[in-house]
Write a protein that binds this ligand. Sequence first.
Ligand code: ATP
Ligand code: MG
Length: 221
Amino acid sequence: VNLAKIEQINVTGLHFAYADEQILSNINLSLNKGQILGIHGRSGSGKSTLLKLLMRFYDPQSGHIQINGIDLTQINTQSLRENMAYITQQTYIFNESIYENIIMAKRHASQQQVIEAAKKASIHDFIMSLPEGYETKITELGNSLSDGEKQRIGIARAFLHNAPIILLDEPTSNLDSLNEAMVLQALLKVKQEKLIILVSHRTSTMQICDQVIHIENGRVS
Ligand code: ATP
Ligand code: MG
């Protein structure tokens, strides 16, 4: 499978259990490039588990996960993961410059690409407002980046990495509505080229999605 041209993800009849406990039952979904799929459901309903199955941290007991019609089990796991950006609630910020914190996603990127990624992630203006711009060290800020700023740096990293598939697990749950809107705006800016799956229990987040599935008692309802 040519992972550079990922057009579609399909999940059919997926069942998954951790040990004896059935978590997901008969999950079906289909996502095309250019779309954002929302996954909504109560705490413990299996949303994060579904993302982990897509990254192949586990395999389903039955059913299929396919990319461009090819089963995940037929795809090299390392190249699969290189094609996925995974963004969670917590973005780890390293004790270096802001620039280093973004370029780490793609060492050979140009300065222009770093700035472009930061612009798309709606964090460029904030960075430029800092005393030394991109060269500002995290320690100079007294480690005082807000959760929303950290989150957008994480998103800039993901945009620089430029993976065709972006998986986001509750990316805005710690954010106020302004920061949330900026993060969502950032996703809308790149969505034409991507397949995006956005897990959240917030209805405001679900509003940017092209389709939403709701998981309840392990099933799509
Ligand atoms: P939240 O909204 O709180 O993040 P979630 O929908 O992401 O919840 P999951 O993390 O997918 O839920 O967990 C689904 C169920 O599987 C929960 O009951 C959880 O306790 C259980 N679970 C998660 N990870 C494991 C694991 N590694 N081993 C056993 N059970 C697990
Ligand atoms: Mg979760």
